[in-house]
Design a protein around this ligand. Sequence first.
Ligand code: UGA
Length: 437
Amino acid sequence: MKITIIGTGYVGLVTGACFADLGNIVYCVDSDRGKIDSLKKGKITIYEPGLEEMVRQNMEEGRIYFSTNIKSSVKKSDMVFICVGTPSREGGEPDLLALENVSREIAKNINNYKLIVEKSTVPVETGQWVKRTISAFSASGGKDRKAKFDIACNPEFLREGTAIKDFMHPDRVVIGVESERAKNILLDLYKPLSAPIVVTDIKSAEIIKHASNSFLAMKISFINAISVICEKVGADIKEVARGIGLDKRIGREFLNAGLGFGGSCFPKDIAAFIHMAEKAGYRFDLLREVRNINENQKDIIIEKISKAIWNIPGKTIGVLGLSFKPDTDDIRNAPPMDIIKRLIEQGAKIKAYDPKAMKKARKVFKKGITYCKDIYSAAKGSDCLVVLTDWNEFKEIDFKRLKKLLKQPVIVDGRNIYDPYRVKKLGFTYTGIGRRA
Ligand code: UGA
């Protein structure tokens, strides 16, 4: 199939590369010329394991192309995937301007039947807006007024860091359609993945995306709330999470207590879902509380740091991790970035190390922070070591060496990656999240 992907952000690029890898011809379009120029050279601005190699290979084999020309790409394609950004406005409402502009552009270039698929995470009824916009603008501006099109919604469930694996081996594929023709095209496209496919209407597909992310965020806030109780009564959150997670109805995943969720998806999607539900007449207090609990985890960490080293002003704090989670350099809405900001504001000096995210963090924090070459240089001369992202590299640490380098042997483990007993036995003062004292 010939596919245009509009928007070469995270979702667009991974989707485009994977569709190309499955044998389709893919035209990736973006209005950002700089980005397209570097993509044409096979250079990718985000860090995602395996993505650059996949893009390069498919470029060499003539299956993926990059351009700023929406017109010629749409004309050549059978399907158009809309993968543009939907940033949050104040109050949580998503900004759908880019989506509207793209819909108009598509409309003007419909020369024969096209299936137009929304992949951007959007509020329910956006599909209908896209449809109305395309109908209106193709009628007024398109050369072939009778050219037909269908709209579909095909939400993505990719996680940063494992996006290619998630695309190629999905738990399920969701397609929201309103015609047999659209359904069959999408079934055909996803056939090579041999995954369960949920076929539904467009509005239900839109809700599935919101509800999935909200449910996962709810699991994280739930376990974080339980971790607070564990700490108060002397129980251990890791054992509790295992004990409840082995129940198949609950599942062990997304029950890791810590700093809470961040990134470009959960915080934005939750705000959008709360807003959307309220617009539809339902006050979503459950999700509001999920968000409150999440925010509170950051206060808890700051409190733990100040308890561990007494006064924050003037202290040097070694920080491990800047990205919102491991295996990515993404620092958008990253809890570590929030925590560092607050520590700097309170007068601490930060010595930070992250395997991938330092380049991006350098643009945000310039003063009050030293970027270090590894774990041990971040620890050297610091009053305590704080773990903010659960990179694998941090798990295999040489504690003896660490103890010699730190001014005081203090570890605040915001991701529960260490065994409290082992660390304490080695002479450290250790505090995790909801661990048995
Ligand atoms: C999330 C969803 O998992 C994807 O299915 C979805 O497609 C994507 O959002 C999206 O809407 O685009 P992602 O943001 O890449 O993916 O990251 P997750 O792996 O879901 O982690 C989100 C946050 O939750 C991270 O900050 C992570 O550290 C935190 N988390 C996760 C926990 O604090 N505890 C856990 O047990 C799991």
